[in-house]
Design a protein around this ligand. Structure first.
Ligand SMILES: Nc1ccn([C@@H]2O[C@H](COP(=O)(O)OP(=O)(O)OP(=O)(O)O)[C@@H](O)[C@H]2O)c(=O)n1
Ligand SMILES: C[C@](O)(CO)[C@H](O)COP(=O)(O)O
Length: 228
C-alpha cells in the first residue's frame, strides 16, 4: 500500500499536567509564536497517511483545544483524557475509526512526515512500530546511587512517537495491560507485555519531547533553523 492508501487515525495525547516544566504550560507555550500543541497537530495533519486526528486533552480545556485545532485540512475531534498517559491513549483510541492508529505525544511538535511515514509503513507490515534513536551516552543501571550494570550501548535505543498499531489490537491490548496494572510509559510496552513483535524505525534527534524548560528553548532553535 502506498501512503495514500493507508488510513490511519492520529491520536495526539495532550492531557498531562507538565509537572516537570516548572510552571510553564508546555502545550500552550509558543513555539515561534504558535502554541506547541498547534504545531504538533499541524505536523500530524500534514502526513499523507493520516486521515483523521483525535486530540486528547484535559476535561477543563476541551473548548480551548477545540478552538486551537480549527482550520485544519483533516477532521479533528477533541476528547477528554485520563489520569495516566495510557488511560489518555485509550480515551483517544475509543474515538479512532481508521484501521491503524498513530499515537503521538502532544509535546513532540517537531516530528516530520518522514518519521511518521516510516513508523506507519513498518506497522502495516509487522503490526506495531515506533521511531527510535541510538543513545550517545553510556547508560548505567543503578540503585541508591550505586552502579549495578552498564548495558551494551549498541542494544539501547531512545524510543519516540508516533507509535503505530492496528487500532483494534492496541485498543484491546492496552485495555488488558492497564487492567493488569502494568507500568506503561509508552504504548509499545503493552504490546511487548502481550508478547507481540514491535519494530523500531528511524527516529530523529530533532523529534524531542518537550519535558523540561530547556527543551522549549532547544525546540525553538530547531524550529527557527528549519524555517530560516
Ligand atoms: N494523563 C496524561 C499524562 C500525559 N499525557 C500526555 O502524554 C505526553 C507525554 O507525557 P509527558 O511529556 O510526561 O507530559 P506530562 O505528563 O504533562 O509531564 P509531567 O510528567 O512532567 O507531568 C504529553 O503530551 C502529555 O500531555 C496525557 O495525555 N495524559
Ligand atoms: C511515549 C514516550 O514519549 C516514549 O519515549 C515517553 O515514554 C513518554 O514519557 P512521559 O514521562 O509520559 O513523558
Amino acid at each position: 500500500m502506498s501512503g495514500g492508501d493507508i488510513r490511519c487515525s492520529a491520536v495526539i495525547v495532550a492531557a498531562g499536567s507538565a509537572q516537570r516544566m516548572q510552571g510553564i504550560d508546555k502545550l500552550l507555550a509558543p513555539l515561534d509564536g504558535v502554541p506547541v500543541l498547534r504545531r504538533t497537530v499541524e505536523a500530524l495533519a500534514s502526513a499523507p497517511e493520516i486521515t483523521e486526528l483525535i486530540v486528547v486533552t484535559r476535561a477543563d480545556r476541551l473548548e480551548a483545544v477545540q478552538a486551537l485545532c480549527e482550520g485544519l485540512s483533516k477532521p479533528v475531534s477533541v476528547v477528554p483524557g485520563g489520569k495516566t498517559r495510557a488511560e489518555s491513549v485509550l480515551c483517544g483510541l475509543s474515538a479512532a475509526a481508521m484501521p491503524y492508529a498513530a499515537i503521538h505525544d502532544g509535546a513532540r511538535p517537531l516530528v516530520t512526515n518522514e518519521v511518521i511515514a516510516q513508523a506507519i509503513a513498518a506497522a502495516v507490515s509487522c503490526g506495531a512500530a515506533a521511531p527510535a534513536v541510538s543513545v550517545h551516552d553510556t547508560i548505567k543501571r543503578a540503585e541508591s546511587g550505586l552502579v549495578l550494570e552498564t548495558p551494551d550501548r549498541s542494544t539501547l535505543f531512545a524510543v519516540q512517537t508516533p507509535q503505530v498499531f492496528r487500532t483494534e489490537e492496541i485498543r484491546s491490548v492496552l485495555r488488558w495491560a492497564i487492567a493488569q496494572g502494568l507500568p506503561l510509559t509508552d504504548d509499545c510496552s503493552a504490546m511487548e507485555a502481550a508478547g507481540r513483535p514491535v519494530r523500531l524505525t528511524p527516529g530523529d534527534v530533532e523529534n524531542l519531547k518537550i519535558t523540561t524548560p530547556v527543551d522549549l528553548r532547544i525546540a525553538e532553535a530547531i524550529w527557527k533553523g528549519r524555517t530560516t
